[in-house]
Design a protein around this ligand. Structure first.
Ligand code: GDP
Ligand code: GDP
Length: 445
């Protein structure tokens, strides 16, 4: 069972196995057994601090990442809370969970709590009954059937007994490739046209869809909400969200703006990508930046269209560039197009911008790549030392796409400027055009 080192991380995405269980049940010993290393990271002290949490393991020709959640103590206080928090992290980052129980002790209340979390998440679980060093203890392992997790695998992490059968079971539940739900959703993409009043939303919609309200029934076998419109663009079908709100403008004065902003938020919520229309002939306003922030905070892909470009002369252009620099720094990643909805000028460029934003929104970085990248980044630009301590990134994983969301496992809290630095470098390395990125951290104290 050769354990490969950091430098030959494979290119493909590796499935992740999280090892969880109460302190002292033998998680670290078992992780060492799985990765096939002799020198123990284990010490006879519970909760001892270890420097790495993720390792690569190979069994029967298949390679996967093993994450030892042993040392995590994310904010939780009591033992039960800590174990539950571990389980939640494991569920978040792993494709499968190895749940380790000390067979000589049997089931405890915190074990039951973990089982609840695992069952609710529907993650595949392999149950290891550890410290079964000899035949005699095997009977005690059998009592772990009561956890309802299926067959307990009796193992001795210390001596290696039974670890082959357990590893076979692990391979049986680990996916070969990332699960299917990572794939792009079926059906037309959902687009919201947003922007403050009079920037040209309905003019653009009319350009794209024609003056007539287009069919909204199940043209392609898709059920569409009556306020949405199916529009054919660049050879593909797109669903434009809440076009009713754009076409039939609510004219009643009272609370108009309030309802308009509610509608905007709802449309963003239902969309995958938003086209933010800005009237380029007028100075950018707070209302513009507020809508843009809503898109980014909601985690949707974003394209910015500067409309009424026919009204933009050289002087205005000069000021607009300054306004963009000043007001739109936080969405520098969004594709920008200049258009004139009224004449149709450059409106055809919208599809390409939408496509690239959605690509960025659904970009997935394999765990191996991500950690190779993080390793380089941290080596070149370590986190500044604070009060004699240096926060460290131990392991990272992309928990989801749409939008790309990363979880960093750290020792010590990584500061916000450093997180922003990581975001910038992630974008340089992997793209993410048109998409916000979320980075969260799990701090081990
Ligand atoms: P963790 O806190 O869950 O990571 O547990 P460790 O791996 O640090 O192990 C805790 C203690 O249990 C150590 O003293 C280990 O040597 C011991 N231990 C681990 N696995 C076994 C085993 O299979 N049999 C026996 N007898 N002791 C074990
Ligand atoms: P909405 O409130 O955002 O839907 O904006 P409308 O589409 O109703 O447009 C508001 C006004 O801007 C109308 O008088 C449009 O004719 C005008 N308009 C829209 N697009 C353009 C454009 O590209 N150039 C110019 N010059 N005017 C435009």
């Amino acid at each position: 069972m050769p354990a490969s080192e950091h430098d030959d991380i494979p290119n493909g995405p590796l499935p992740v196995l999280a090892v969880i269980g109460r302190p002292n049940v033998g998680k670290s010993t078992l992780v060492n057994r799985i990765i096939g290393r002799r020198e123990a990271v284990v010490e006879d002290v519970p909760g001892v601090t270890r420097d790495r949490v993720a390792y690569e393991a190979t069994w029967n020709g298949r390679t996967f990442t093993v994450v030892d959640t042993g040392g995590w103590d994310p904010d939780a206080r009591g033992l039960a809370e800590r174990i539950a928090a571990q389980a939640e992290i494991a569920v978040q980052v792993a494709d499968a969970v190895l749940f380790v129980v000390d067979a000589t002790i049997g089931i405890t209340d915190s074990d039951e709590a973990v089982v609840k979390i695992l069952r609710a998440a529907g993650k595949p679980v392999v149950l290891a009954a550890n410290k079964v060093d000899d035949q005699r203890t095997e009977a005690e392992a059998a009592s772990l059937w009561n956890l309802g997790l299926g067959e307990p695998f009796p193992v001795s992490a210390l001596h290696g007994r039974g670890s082959g059968d357990m590893l076979d079971a692990i391979l049986g539940v680990l996916p070969d490739a990332p699960p299917e739900d990572f794939d792009a959703p079926e059906g037309p993409r959902r687009v919201a046209i947003v922007g403050k009043p009079n920037v040209g939303k309905s003019s653009l919609l009319n350009r794209l869809a024609g003056e007539e309200r287009v069919v909204v029934d199940d043209a392609s076998g898709t059920t569409v909400d009556p306020v949405d419109e199916l529009v054919e663009l660049g050879g593909g079908l797109w669903t434009f969200i809440d076009t009713a709100g754009i076409r039939r403008r609510v004219r009643d004065a009272s609370g108009h703006e309030y309802y308009a902003s509610l509608r905007t938020s709802a449309a963003i919520e239902r969309a995958e990508v938003a086209v933010m229309i800005i009237d380029a002939s007028q100075p950018l306003t707070e209302q513009d930046t507020r809508i843009i922030s809503t898109v980014a905070e909601t985690g949707r892909a974003l394209v910015i269209a500067f409309n009424k470009w026919d009204q933009v002369d050289e002087e205005r252009r000069y000021y607009l560039d300054r306004e963009i620099e000043r007001e739109l720094v936080q969405v520098q990643w969004a594709p920008r197009i200049n258009i004139a909805a009224l004449t149709g000028w450059h409106v055809d460029r919208l599809v390409r911008a939408l496509d690239s934003a959605l690509d960025g929104w659904e970009t997935r970085v394999p765990t191996g790549h991500l950690n190779a990248f993080l390793g380089r980044l941290v080596a070149e630009h370590p986190h500044p030392v604070r009060g004699g301590k240096q926060p460290k990134i131990l392991f990272g994983t992309q928990a989801s796409i749409s939008p790309p969301t990363f979880v960093l496992f750290t020792s010590g809290k990584v500061e916000d400027p450093y997180l922003r630095f990581i975001e910038r470098r992630l974008r340089e390395e992997f793209g993410f055009v048109g998409s916000p990125i979320h980075i969260t951290q799990r701090v081990r104290e």
